[in-house]
Design a protein around this ligand. Sequence first.
Ligand code: HEC
Length: 605
Amino acid sequence: MRAEYQNPRFPMSIFLFVSLCLPVLASADQFFGQVMSDSKTPIVGAMVTFRFGDPFQEKTVFTSEEGRYQIAGLPGSTDYTVRVRRIGWHDLVTDEVAVAQENGALDFTLLRHTDPAMVAAQLPANHWYGLVLDRVSSEYEREQLVRQCTYCHQQGNEATRVQRPVEEWHKVLSLMARMGGGLDAEFSAKIPELFNSAYDPKTAVPKLTKGFDQPGFAPPPSEIVRRAVIDEYQLGGRASMQHDMIVGHDGIVYSVDMATDHLFRLDPSKPDGARESFAIPSGDLPLGGFGPGGALPSNTSMRVGPHSLQVGADGDIWITLAVGNKLARFDTVEESFTIEDLPGGIYPHTLRIDSKNRVWYTIAVSNHVGMFDPATGQHEVIRVPARSFGEEVMLRMLPVFLWAGQYIDLGGGGGEGASLPVPYGIDIAPDGGIWFSQLNAHRIGHIDPDSFEITMIDTPFTAPRRMRFDSQGKLWIPGFSSNLISKFDIETRQFEHFELPIEPLGTETPYSLSIDPVTDDVWICGTNSDSLIRFQQASAEFTVYPLPTMVTYTRDIDFSADGGVWTSNSNAPAWQIETGIPRLIRLDVNGTIDLPLVDSVGSNL
Ligand code: HEC
């Protein structure tokens, strides 16, 4: 069969993927076969991905110890393109599924990469970013770099690891600072030399690909991981930023597109993974809304900036409109929005709904936590303590600065932005207590839900981000710039840390975590390494699930009753993602377990 061997790098690969694949009708709804090297040895742990539909969906399985794969649950009677991918081998992309035997048998042969630069290009971003971090000797600077430069997009992916003239770097850094990714001036001045030297292919490629032709390089995922099936659903367009996602009632999945002010809805039970979108009313707000000012990417049409979402007890979807300074409520039956103005604060961020149906949300820029009770119309805006008197003054003056920023160039926040306290993640304890993190201040806080009294606690690690309670009432917190998750006991006030196992150690930036409501497993975003990470509490064991698309920036995780672990690819800008368009992603850890094993001609084993 005809197959194209291609360089995995994009945008070239996107071009090839699209232009060389003239899909052929294939009627099978399941396929099986073997992935072998050209010297006839099985390739273990290759990802076999079937793409179909428009907007497309991709289903991925892994090959076994014998190089075998099996994929089922495809829609049938449709066009497929297939990609087979394994680090160290040329991506194989083919459309000739029609040549599969009638029973769905389809084998593939992969060719080894001989050029180390091609192998280096297949590695997730964190491997490249590790080269930068290795060169930063000051812990203060390293922490700042990780916290400030990795919260919109990955660092070290193909778009960001480009060497640039110093002047170009200054332009990039100035734009990043205006969007909120500021570094202090002294450190910022070192960035061009730091990145250019770390990303010099002459030194980077040999380091990243040492021993790439030896068996120990880029080991295949474990047998446990290889049972997984991964579904990816293309969502939105090149200007999209699918921020958070949530599984609603009946397994319907919702996602908010911050850059285009839309709520998306996916029904995974439909064979074509039906996707719809709803424009969130923005009234007469200007571009950028009331947001904290600064620059907007040129292709954004954000006026309200939907950021996070949760499902209410009645099935309605509650959404924070970060730059519109509002809350939205989406009635899933009427398919209509109600917009709730907020009495104060700037940038409503992450929200949770308590057992009395009250909506609690962090307010990131002005350092507040808000509460809205839809039953009574009561609003509370609770001021979170700053770390010092100076910071308090700065925060109280913020609305004036933002107002003035419309008229005078205030330099985009830069260094100050890097250190202002930012209320971030939030969750509700079994006893009804409200817990939140204060990202840049490296603290968590407790709010009494009745008296609104606040207690702050320093975290013994940096950048606590999105946190969750497990069924035992323990609070799990990811340390975004400290490469760990921490378990906090709200009774004893003790923290217990677990370092993330992502290689090279210290290069991961866990944006968020969620707790599986059935197993109490902690699922962590492998934000900079194209992965989802499971932590099983009983065995204290981590399992890393690699995700098939390069530049998969994960931001939030939720679970469906059928065992799906859901997340989104939220890299902003979307054009850095391998296909240029965000996705919703479903991981089924035991997706292949019930399939009968078949041999190479389709007989049951
Ligand atoms: C608030 C979100 C945000 C943060 C934080 C951020 N970036 Fe970006 N970055 C973007 C966006 C959006 C783009 C795309 C800009 C465009 O296409 O105009 C981008 C693009 C880039 C690019 C590619 C530029 C190009 O034209 O190829 C580099 C390199 C980069 N960022 C580095 C950084 C560094 C270094 C930091 C930390 C100082 C950082 N980013 C922090 C949003 C962010």
